[in-house]
Design a protein around this ligand. Sequence first.
Ligand code: ATP
Ligand code: MG
Length: 604
Amino acid sequence: MRLSNLLAPTLRETPAEAEIASHQLMLRAGLMRKVAAGIYTFLPLGHRAVSNVERIIREEMDRAGAQELRLPIVQPAELWEETGRWAAYGEEMWRVKDRHGRLFCLGPTHEEIVTDLVRNEVSSYRQLPINLYQIQFKYRDEIRPRFGVMRAREFVMKDAYSFHRDEASLHETYARMYEAYWRIFTRCGLDFRPVLADSGAIGGSYTHEFCALADAGEAALVHCDACGYAANVERAEAAPAEPRPAGATPPGPAERVATPGVRSIPELAAFLGVEAQETAKTLFFWSIHGDGRQELLAVLVRGDRDVNEVKLKNHLGALHVQMAGADEVREKCGVPVGFAGPVGLKGVRLLADVEVMAAPALVVGANAEDAHLRNVQPGRDFSPGAVLDLRLVGPGDACPECGAPLQGRRGIEVGQVFMLGTKYSEAMGATFLDEHGQARPVIMGCYGIGVTRTVAAVIEQHHDADGIVWPASVAPYQAVVVPVNVQEEAQRRAAEDIYRGLQAAGVEAVLDDRDERPGVKFKDADLVGFPFRVTVGKTLAEGQVEVTDRRTRETRRVPLPEAAAAVRERLAAALAGLDPDRRPFTPWSASPAERATAGARERV
Ligand code: ATP
Ligand code: MG
């Protein structure tokens, strides 16, 4: 491709609407343009990068035994009504009507469509397992589309769905998909971590998110360097609480203290001269259920902790939970929110975090304005309706598997693997006959990758002040040939020769044949981020050209006839660095001890 003819409009200025590097660079390097909020056109360079990620995904999906198909984007409401998700999906679902007034949606995901296919076409255990995937646009009317294609309303997803006769078969495919994801993101050049993630209220399921590590990521992660435990904080379990020391002197009776105007935990700790962890706070939430039921709840956690709303929601089997307002709490329970406490609290169910119950004595609100209680002993002075792990785990907390301190990172969720079980097959009657002729629901798994989000994540991790620094596997073109002055016949001809030589050598190359100043050409080459640049300039007089590595900036002179081979050689080395067979792999099922040593196990 010749740059004079390529629709690759680069921008010198950073567009004001773009907050993070990948969004800025995707616009500046001419990869995409915005059409509406969360909706983008991919220009030729952007399209090639997306296609490269798609190719890597296809190769690894096929290798893992999945079969590609194409399901419709436009999906009838009736199928979604069978699973109850037509109502439950909410505002994020993009709904459309046909000319007859029939309701459809633009697929946000495809469990219903694919389960419908399988219930019609698969009837015997002999046809299982089966793993079906597609790469296609998805539509989600996100409340806050942002960061370009990172959170878009139209985006490309690879989604796969597997169907099984038993749990063992599901586990086998899950492990295979987990490894395929490991290979895909390695090949894309991402620094990523698979983390345990929240599987919602569906009991017994298991799920991992694959997160590209980046400060701009929306996901908060914790991981343990000692044993390899890694989880999204939404999911991270707390380590068992230290039990209350046996024989510890019981506190005196609960005692009321005046705390005028002291509403926050730091204020309370300072006012009474205690540590925040010697206090407990009582928070109020509404739980909202699928059947429209709402319940007010009080949740007790240590003063220095936060409530994990996902754990709370899952425990309650609620659609979601939200903080209750002070007026609502006063009306229902007759207590002022800043001074609420578990002792004598009425009109509401009380849930307590395990750690609170292990404390010897606590300072809590007295359920009266400007007053707290101290020497409150959990179990003696109050008894919650349920005691469970409800707190948000963060960096510095003990690892739930080995006790070492956890580290914190941020990540971009680029993919997720999920054991679904029989949620969809039972709702839709997707059954098979087992070897005894008995009808049973198929057991399912599903596996998504955000393809366009992956391209953004790659840029987020691979850029510098001058532009994108593509990994060779994803780069829209692997090399650019730059004649410094196209008016000079010798330079122009040499550049043409190298360009053809690169194509013959299997290197995807562009020729910058534009009649532009060299500074402009070099700036564009850096901004677009071609991994290798061949510069044909002054050194041509000595029969030499320059080959520059975008990542290291290292420039080497090579004789003109060897230029294409030199690029091919360096490209091969760059691609070898992304080869998943040369990288250590940690399987998901490994025990903590196995995970700790897996990094050392090269699988060449
Ligand atoms: P998120 O929590 O980020 O909204 P999700 O859990 O809703 O993601 P899935 O339903 O698991 O996402 O979709 C599979 C993959 O699709 C995700 O791992 C992510 O990479 C990608 N994805 C999801 N929503 C978007 C979006 N709005 N824009 C771009 N990619 C997305
Ligand atoms: Mg989402």
